[in-house]
Ligand binder design. Structure first.
Ligand code: SF4
Length: 236
């Protein structure tokens, strides 16, 4: 971040995020990713839940060698892990698999089996949020595939923002993309897609907390179905 002069890191990141959100509001995903790479270099990474590899494909085409982190909660579908393996092997990315502090067995011993049924917020906090926070301490900017049309809770997603909770710049290059945009890009670029998508899983998370989307439901309605929980906490 050679653009920071006589500022604290926080002041600098806030200023960069504020300016970029105004400048890049209508920019292409490629231009947003290029700005991120030019501005933050190796202090920038993206995350992928491996539902599809659209963001990883885009980012690696703009920034070959881009760092891609995957949160391995220990509860993923085998198809998701296979998708992760293909993305890390076949795309020009530096793959990073992030593990929680406790294995599933250790968590079961400490908190009881199937914590996801009794306290999914605590489960997500231990298996997703804390591991991500730990990784992000080594970076200044984080790109994710969050889109505004995925759910009402994501409708106001900014393209670039200062993430108060983590003290880092959060970048959403696909914020303005629709389902059709994602599908068109995936088809045009032969993007690696989790096989579960074709089986009706529009948004894919941990196996115990993910169902097929019912007709007419939004993409994330299959996550924690039957409960009021809609987000794992990563994007709050
Ligand atoms: Fe646990 Fe379910 Fe959250 Fe995965 S999505 S971390 S299984 S509560």
């Amino acid at each position: 971040m050679s653009t920071c002069v006589q500022e604290t890191r926080e002041q600098c990141l806030r200023r960069l995020a504020h300016q970029a959100d105004a400048d890049l509001a209508s920019a292409s995903a490629q231009d947003i990713l290029r700005w991120a790479a030019d501005t933050f270099g190796d202090r920038f990474l993206i995350t992928s839940s491996m539902g599809d590899s659209v963001l990883a494909h885009l980012a690696s085409s703009v920034v070959p060698g881009v760092q891609v982190a995957f949160l391995d909660t220990g509860y993923h579908f085998p198809q998701t892990l296979q998708t992760r393996d293909r993305v890390f092997d076949e795309l020009p990315v530096r793959g990073i698999t992030v593990h929680p502090e406790l294995t599933v067995l250790e968590q079961n011993e400490a908190f009881g089996a199937r914590l996801y049924e009794r306290d999914p917020d605590q489960c997500c906090e231990m298996r997703k949020v804390k591991p991500l926070n730990r990784v992000l301490t080594g970076y200044d900017a984080w790109g994710s595939g969050v889109r505004r049309d995925e759910a009402a809770s994501r409708a106001n997603t900014p393209v670039v923002a200062y993430n108060e909770r983590r003290g880092i710049v959060k970048i959403s290059p696909l914020a303005t993309w629709t389902d059709d945009d994602v599908q068109a890009y995936a088809e045009a670029n032969d993007v690696i897609v989790n096989p579960l998508v074709d089986a009706g899983f529009a948004s894919i998370g941990c196996a115990p907390c993910t169902q097929r989307v019912q007709p007419g439901g939004d993409a994330r309605s299959g996550r924690w179905a039957g409960s009021e929980k809609t987000e794992c906490g990563l994007h709050l």
